[in-house]
Design a protein around this ligand. Structure first.
Ligand SMILES: *Cc1c(COP(=O)(O)O)cnc(C)c1O
Length: 370
């Protein structure tokens, strides 16, 4: 049996006709950049998240960058985030001219550990970016409370968490702004690059709208030096179609996670993901922890099962951030996770038979190595 890590083709087959007619409509109206399809998606995505505004941009990385710029973050400022993330979170901080300050993650949820937050705050700290890693939200209650006490901006990195919830509130809707990626493999994915910021703050929304479009609020009248990071009409149309199915797809992911958990729970040496009592997890990634991660990855590959590693090196130890002077041991939980995380196949169209096969092969491997 072959089990791919993700299968974008299977999803496309199910919505092919709708996608074709919407894409044709974009071309017929020559609505190639921004325009009605993007605006319609923005409005519906804001509603979906439970936010007032959504501003579509060119990627999730751009969404984070625009949100930081709109919040006034710049040179000399520090922004706190967790080191267990995709590097884009830190890149966005660096490209405002600010400096990332990392904190470790919670051992159970793999998201920013709130109890480590205060120690990382100093007189240069301006913002916090909690990352809703793998589709589970960070513990936003204490994070928002600490931010409020210190007068800090909070921007959610919800790039892996479309539709996830914290005590019934959707990802992106709790902090000053929430940032999403629509990279094809994300829970809500475009057919190319895309991203969005959601917010209830009209000033942040307006600043991003102007910034993403060359700093113009009226054509050729440029109030600020901006950038070009607008969403393509075709991506707005694709996302508009796919938004109708996101809840159904997330529910399928949750069922797969439950089946994985039931079958892998009894296997010695495997740590399965935990859904926090505050959370609705949407399982963008289903990461287990296992000591012999690399050889299990190879063994499963030989059996036709494709897995991933998210991520092999935490950001504080990446060469790109060597100037920050971090070393092994600085963030022990994130480091231990980076060397033991293994992401199993996870996508809505995965079948029960495929999950049974994956878990059986994991069990076989563990039986001979543990
Ligand atoms: C995917 C991702 C991003 C970046 O999104 P792009 O659309 O690829 O630029 C940022 N943060 C996290 C946590 C992500 O998973």
């Amino acid at each position: 049996m072959n089990v791919p890590f993700v299968d974008l083709k299977a999803q496309y087959e199910a919505i092919k006709e709708e996608i074709a007619s919407e894409m044709q409509a974009v071309i017929d109206r020559t609505a190639f950049v921004s325009g009605p399809f993007v605006q319609d998606f923005e409005q519906r995505f804001a509603e979906y998240c439970g936010s007032q505004y959504a501003i579509a941009v060119g990627s999730g990385t751009a969404a984070l960058w625009c949100a930081l710029i709109a919040a006034g973050i710049g040179p000399g400022d520090e922004v706190i985030t967790s080191t267990s993330t995709f590097i884009a979170t830190a890149e966005a901080i660096s490209f405002c001219g600010a400096t990332p300050r990392f904190v470790d993650i919670d051992e159970r949820t793999y998201t920013l550990a709130p109890e480590q937050l205060e120690a990382a705050i100093n007189e240069r700290t301006r913002a916090i970016i909690p990352v809703h890693l793998f589709g589970q939200m960070a513990d936003m209650g204490p994070i928002m409370e600490i931010a409020k006490r210190h007068g800090l901006v909070v921007i959610e990195d919800a790039c892996q968490a479309h539709g996830a919830e914290y005590r019934g509130q959707r990802a992106g809707s709790i902090a000053d702004a929430g940032c999403f990626s629509f990279y094809p493999g994300k829970n809500l994915g475009a057919y190319g690059e895309g991203g969005a910021v959601v917010t209830d703050n009209p000033d942040i929304a307006e600043r991003i709208r102007v910034f993403r479009d060359h700093g113009q609020s009226k054509k050729y009248y440029h109030g600020i030096v901006g950038w070009n990071t607008r969403m393509h009409g075709l991506q707005g149309a694709v996302l508009g179609v796919k938004l109708k199915y996101i809840d159904q797809w997330n529910e399928q992911r949750r069922q797969h996670a439950q089946q994985y958990g039931t079958l892998l729970g009894p296997v010695d040496g495997i740590v399965t993901p935990v859904e926090a009592d505050y959370a609705k997890h949407v399982y963008h990634v289903y990461a287990i922890r296992v000591q012999e991660r690399d050889s299990l990855l190879t063994t499963l590959g030989d059996k036709g099962i494709s897995c991933g590693i998210h991520y092999p090196i935490p950001v504080h130890l990446q060469e790109a951030y060597s100037e920050l002077g971090h070393q092994n041991g600085d963030f022990p939980v994130a480091e231990a996770c980076a060397s033991s995380f293994l992401s199993l196949p996870m996508f809505p169209e995965l079948t029960e038979e495929q999950i049974a096969y994956v878990t059986q092969e994991v069990g076989n491997y563990m039986a001979v190595t543990v």
